[in-house]
Design a protein around this ligand. Structure first.
Ligand SMILES: *Cc1c(COP(=O)(O)O)cnc(C)c1O
Length: 463
């Protein structure tokens, strides 16, 4: 590799390493065998056979010494744990909501919010769906309606805010079904399924104004809202000198509450919460949490888990932290782009998505290009990624045919504070290696297909 003079100062990791976890180095032969045994499905690999694990950034981040010290301060009283009050205080301080209910993870909060607010026959508009969010809305009898801008579906469109709500789509829906059939607008920041794309503050203000006019609430999926705030600072006029923490608070102020998976932005291995301003919804959620998760002052978490999350909030909103987190993802994306590897652009906040349709143009979608690419990448170097294409999309419940999604993607998801820049180099070099011999790569056929969420357990054979 040649080193050119940098044009700007690096985002280098704002921490040093105090404890390490060993990684197993494997041979090509071992990896080929492991991939065969796993039926060419990266979900079925044993994690000890994985060198660099980019399957997901959920619950896989590294905690700090400050968080680990907090773990030792766990107040494991059944009710009224001090750690709950610390968590509540930090959510109020940094996100600005009035009431909070801790839950075991994000979907616990989605469950309560959907159950309380959605009646059968309601419509829930959202800027693209997320798997668990939509499922809970549907289980409560609601119908999800996609109101994201069209640009979100185009992997080559360079719009800086591809997560935006299309105000006209939302307005049309309100006209068509009536405001009383819309319990709330579900806004995600950043949009995971669109490749980690942000929503602008301006767009959030417009959504807020329209919803105010019709008396409709806005509920935020705040799972990656800190990453979104960082993109606003970098890309939106008027915010370049505003701290990320202040941007986050302004952003949340346009919404009425949020569901949160602490396993992402908040740097913990487990935990989530529901935060809400409305007293009636809070009262109802406080009743439900006792049934499904635990007392309202622990919600399925140990005191130590709540403390780690309370401290995680303080670290997550630091400008130098979030700059390095997103900077690392962008570093990997920029390397691949400079080598001509097709990826979704702009690079999102938490992952780089390889465009498998362009990468392996000789494979038909029935030959599972993204599944194939994820398997090849693992066999090449031990890097584990995830398919986001036809396998993940599943089958149409009525016709039984495959859904044929527009995008065939392989997601390289970066855990926070876990891997170094050298790991990113190794990953990029491995992708390039596979790219250079892409013409020899054969597709797959499915030989076992489970009934539900097939991508987790399906098995394949090489053609
Ligand atoms: C992970 C995630 C969820 C669900 O959270 P869990 O903690 O996995 O239950 C919801 N929304 C988004 C955007 C997510 O990324």
């Amino acid at each position: 590799m040649t080193h050119t003079r940098p044009v700007r100062r690096s985002w280098a990791e704002p921490y040093k390493i105090k404890m390490v976890e060993r990684l197993k180095m494997t041979t090509q032969e071992q990896r080929t065998k492991a991939m065969q045994d796993a039926g060419y499905n990266t979900f079925l690999l044993h994690s000890e056979d994985v060198y660099i694990d980019l399957l997901t950034d959920s619950g896989t981040s590294a905690m700090s010494d400050y968080q680990w010290a907090g773990m030792m301060m766990g107040d494991e009283s059944y009710s009224g744990s001090q750690n709950f009050y610390n968590l509540e205080a930090n959510i109020q301080k940094y996100y600005g909501y009035k009431h909070i209910i801790p839950t075991h993870q994000g979907r616990g909060a989605e469950h309560f919010l959907s159950r309380i607010c959605i009646k059968p026959g309601d419509y829930v508009p959202g800027n693209m769906y997320f798997t668990t969010t939509r499922l809970h809305q549907e289980l409560a009898g609601g119908t999800f309606v996609d109101i994201i801008v069209d640009e979100a579906h185009d992997p080559n469109n360079l719009d800086p805010f591809k997560g935006n709500v299309d105000i006209r789509k939302l307005d049309d829906l309100i006209t068509r079904v009536g405001a009383d059939k819309i319990p709330y607008v579900s806004v995600a920041a950043t949009v995971n399924m669109a490749g980690g794309q942000p929503i602008s503050m301006q767009n959030m203000r417009e959504v807020h104004a329209l919803c105010q006019k019709h008396g409709i609430k806005i509920m935020l999926d705040a799972t990656r809202a800190v990453e979104n705030a960082y993109f606003i600072q970098q890309r939106e006029e008027g915010y370049s000198t505003t701290p990320v923490a202040d941007i986050l608070k302004e952003f949340c102020s346009y919404t009425d509450g949020c569901t949160m998976s602490g396993k992402k932005d908040l740097l913990v291995n487990i935990g989530g919460f529901l935060a809400i301003n409305d007293d009636t919804i809070y009262e109802e959620a406080r009743n439900l949490v006792v049934v499904y998760e635990g007392m309202h002052t622990y919600g399925g978490l140990a005191g130590r888990d709540m403390e780690a999350m309370a401290r995680g909030i303080e670290e997550a909103v630091q400008d130098d932290h979030i700059r390095a987190r997103v900077g690392q993802v962008e570093y990997l994306g920029d390397l691949l782009t400079s080598w001509g590897v097709p990826i979704v652009l702009p690079v999102g906040g938490h992952a780089v998505y390889l465009n498998a349709k362009t990468f392996l143009p000789h494979l038909t979608q029935d030959q599972f290009p993204a599944q194939t690419l994820a398997a090849e990448l693992y066999m090449n170097s031990g890097v584990r990624s995830m398919e986001r294409g036809i396998v993940s999309a599943g089958r149409d419940a009525k016709t039984g045919n495959h859904h044929y999604p527009k995008l065939e993607l392989v997601r390289l998801t970066i855990p926070r504070r876990v891997y170094t820049q050298a790991h990113m180099d190794v990953t990029a070099e491995s992708v390039l290696d596979v790219f250079e011999r892409r013409d020899e790569i054969r597709g797959l056929e499915m030989i076992y297909e489970p009934k539900y969420l097939r991508f987790f357990q399906a098995r394949f054979r090489q053609l």
